[in-house]
Design a protein around this ligand. Structure first.
Ligand SMILES: Nc1ncnc2c1ncn2[C@@H]1O[C@H](COP(=O)(O)OP(=O)(O)OP(=O)(O)O)[C@@H](O)[C@H]1O
Ligand SMILES: [Mg+2]
Length: 246
């Protein structure tokens, strides 16, 4: 593990896309999140790792304004879009119209929206599936379509809540690699929620490790992609210890 808490995104003075400043959140008089501070810089891939039920999705709900904070504040520079764990593709619409939905909601005409999204199908590895329906696609393909729709909704900040949670381990591994490749192409800022330490280490520039009840940030880990397997193993063990001692 690096001693520094800075990575190149922070040091190059990239813009802050999301700042969460001393945020707390209560549900039914019980504190769920306590004094949470997070910063996500432009182009950065940041993961939030924490035990089940600790309040990870609540953080996304506060970033998008679905729910308020009970202390502190959140600043967002740009537009964020939220990809839920379940794909939520509409079963009665074909894939291209599902993906076009954010544009249709912004009052674009269907034919024009289709023209905008069509070239992205090959970028996202789902060309040929435009006129299929969600139930004709595999789980992995549906998640690609879901991810493309999230991207159409905002190429600025993407909030991914356990996007691979429902996939089998082989599909999951290929989707993780796929996300690395897509991220390089589209260069957006990504905030990812996961329970999976390997996933966080593989994908992230930085990881926030949360505790449970109330959740606090236990550690910020700067991931060095050049670390060898034994160093990664060491970091993984350390994160496991942090999560165990909740
Ligand atoms: N609208 C709500 N009203 C009351 N309690 C809520 C509400 N939303 C979430 N909670 C509670 O807040 C806590 C955190 O929930 P949240 O969904 O943010 O956790 P999470 O870390 O995303 O969990 P998981 O890993 O299972 O997805 C839970 O105890 C949950 O029951
Ligand atoms: Mg959740």
């Amino acid at each position: 593990m690096k001693l520094t808490l800075m990575n190149s995104y922070q040091m190059q003075n990239n813009k802050k896309k999301v700042s969460i400043n001393s945020v707390s959140k209560l549900y039914e008089n019980s504190e769920i999140l306590h004094d949470i501070n997070m910063e996500i810089y432009e182009g950065e891939f940041v993961s939030i790792l924490g035990p089940s039920g600790c309040g990870k999705s609540t953080i996304f709900n506060m970033i998008t304004g679905l729910t308020g904070t009970d202390g502190g504040n959140i600043e967002v520079d740009g537009k964020s879009s939220y990809m839920y764990q379940n794909d939520l593709l509409l079963p009665y619409k074909n894939i291209i119209d599902n993906v076009s939905l954010p544009l249709i909601l912004r009052k674009e005409k269907r034919a024009e929206a289709r023209e905008v999204v069509k070239p992205l199908f090959s970028e996202f590895g789902i060309d040929g599936y435009e006129y299929k329906y969600p139930d004709e696609l595999s789980g992995g393909m549906r998640q690609r379509a879901n991810f493309l729709r999230t991207y159409i909704n905002s190429d600025d900040i993407m909030l991914l809540d356990e996007p691979f949670g429902s996939l089998d381990s082989i599909t999951r591994a290929s989707m993780q690699q796929w996300l690395v490749d897509v991220k390089e192409k589209v260069n957006s800022t990504i905030l990812l929620i996961t329970h999976d330490i390997d996933e966080a280490l593989m994908l992230s520039d930085r990881i926030y490790v949360l505790s449970g009840h109330p959740a606090e940030i236990k550690r910020t880990i700067v991931v060095d992609k050049d670390d060898d397997a034994s160093k990664n193993q060491k970091i993984k063990k350390e994160i496991l210890e942090l999560l165990k001692n909740n």
